[in-house]
Design a protein around this ligand. Structure first.
Ligand code: FES
Length: 217
């Protein structure tokens, strides 16, 4: 793949969807009525980013991939650039092998996201948000609410949510990723989904309360 340099990273100068992406694109575009293919811009950008991860190990959308999406959907490139630069889920510059997305919005902050952030800095060597570790393994990004506040604080690694995090569990997760392991996503304290810590406190029996049985209400 030919490449051209920018200030601090290299932009490829060509991009083509591979067979795996093309099969998915056909299915996505078919969901929209004729003439409305531009509605598929977000899924196509996502497919481009996933293909880059398969091919280069870094999940990002280079400018030429945006141009390829624009051509495929018969839309002006600027409209694709607008979408790609608006949504944080699209990386417009290379990221590390593991993309650590740290929620620091109020519920996560109240539940200790500062400790998770510090643990990530210490375990990866990344000094600031937006930077990648020297070994190319980890990029740290600060994100707004990930919609999983009930199990705050949340550390998202690529597509996976790790929940109920603290400093020790963050360091253990990063060590596991370094070893090539992928711990099971979800709550790291063992609770079932977002059930109360310590187990369920309601609906613990199939028996109806006596008062309901007596009145028939
Ligand atoms: S505030 Fe972190 S997931 Fe909502």
């Amino acid at each position: 793949m030919a490449e051209s340099s920018t200030a601090d990273f290299v932009q490829p100068t060509s991009f083509e969807f591979d067979a795996e992406s093309n099969a998915a694109i056909d299915a996505v575009v078919a969901k929209y009525p004729p003439g409305r293919q531009a509605s598929a811009v977000i899924p196509l950008l996502d497919l481009a980013q996933r293909q880059m991860q398969r091919q280069t190990g870094s999940a990002w959308v280079p400018r030429v991939a945006m141009d390829t999406v624009a051509k495929r959907l018969s839309m002006p490139p600027i409209r694709v650039y607008e979408v790609a630069t608006f949504y944080l889920m699209f990386n417009t510059r290379p990221v590390g092998k593991f993309h650590l997305q740290l929620c620091t919005t109020t519920p996560c902050w109240l539940r200790g996201s500062d400790d998770v952030v510090k643990a990530c800095h210490a375990a990866t060597g990344v000094k600031h948000f937006g930077e990648t570790s020297a070994d190319g393994l980890f990029t740290m990004t600060e994100v707004e609410c990930l919609g999983a506040c009930v199990n705050a604080p949340i550390l998202q690694v690529d597509d996976d949510f790790y929940e109920d995090m603290d400093a020790e569990r963050t360091k253990a997760l990063i060590a596991a990723l370094r070893r090539g392991e992928r711990p099971t996503p979800g709550s790291t304290t063992g609770r079932q989904t977002s059930a109360p810590e310590g187990g369920a406190t309601t609906l613990t029996t199939l028996e109806f309360p006596a008062s309901i049985v007596a009145t028939g209400d």
